[in-house]
Design a protein around this ligand. Structure first.
Ligand code: BTN
Length: 255
């Protein structure tokens, strides 16, 4: 069971709690077809039966131990070509939230995974609808591993493992929704595009380091040097000494 946070203006004012569902993103998309939801509506569950991740992956989380929710936004003020700014602002909000929890070594793995050291702590799945060449609404799905201590993959971690203690899910939800609202209002009102991009790069995983990547089945050594205005990842290839730009389906981080 969760309650609306008392510390926000509109994010989470309408909160729909489902003990169990297939995926909070899917539920949000279905509800948006049936009714108009106020901006900031949050759909949260204890247990997802078919949680979805990026690139068609699934999102696994042990029941009642983690944060799994979706938030409905209407970022009509954002030109379509700038929609990556929404990814940036949501990623920064979660990164702010992790910093407030005194988590050291948190980074944003492009486009919007949250890492603690070299392990994944959380992920974001943004699904948007366009109308008349404008963003009509966006469903922001967020999964953060909180009190779970055992994972089926060695590359996952949780706040409990990183910080050495359990947390109240309601308290964390309140803090996280506040952080999301602060960053969303900043995007809506101040539109400090360059500053947001700069902050995002400052917190970016593997930025400026040589690593092994894979594209089209081939491995290469490269260095992430930034993102382009649309959010594509700019990677310098070591061997060719040339810059290449990648979308999310086009590149994999290896080692
Ligand atoms: C990823 O890292 O691939 C994104 C994971 C997003 C998971 C969250 S959990 C709540 C919301 N509902 C879903 O089905 N997915 C997102």
């Amino acid at each position: 069971m969760y309650n609306s946070p008392a510390n926000t203006l509109f994010i989470g004012s309408k909160l729909i709690y489902l003990p169990e569902c297939h995926s909070t993103n899917t539920t949000a998309l279905q509800l948006l077809q049936q009714e108009s939801l106020p901006e900031g509506t949050v759909i949260i569950t204890d247990r997802q039966l078919a949680g979805r991740g990026q690139r068609g992956n699934s999102w696994e989380a042990v029941s009642g131990q983690n944060l799994t929710f979706s938030m409905v936004l209407r970022p009509r003020f954002l030109p379509i070509q700038d929609q990556f700014l929404l990814n940036i602002s949501i990623s920064l909000a979660i990164s702010d939230f992790l910093t407030d929890l005194q988590l050291s070594g948190a980074a944003i793995k492009w486009p919007n995974d949250l890492y603690a050291g070299s392990k994944k702590l959380g992920g974001i799945l943004i699904e948007s609808s366009l109308k008349n060449a404008q963003l009509e609404w966006s469903v922001i799905g967020i999964g953060i591993n909180v009190n779970q201590k055992e994972f089926s993959v060695p590359t996952a971690t949780s706040l409990a493992l990183e910080l050495g203690c359990d947390h109240s899910l309601q308290q964390l939800l309140d803090q996280l929704l506040k952080a999301l609202e602060v960053r969303y209002l900043q995007l809506m009102k101040q539109k400090k595009t360059q500053e947001l991009r700069r902050e995002y790069l400052e917190r970016m995983y593997w930025l400026g380091e040589w690593h092994l990547f894979e594209t089209e089945g081939k491995q290469f050594t490269g260095k992430i040097v930034g993102i382009d205005p649309r959010g594509k990842l700019a990677v310098l290839h070591q061997q060719e000494e040339q810059l290449h730009y990648y979308g999310i389906q086009q590149i994999r981080y290896l080692a």
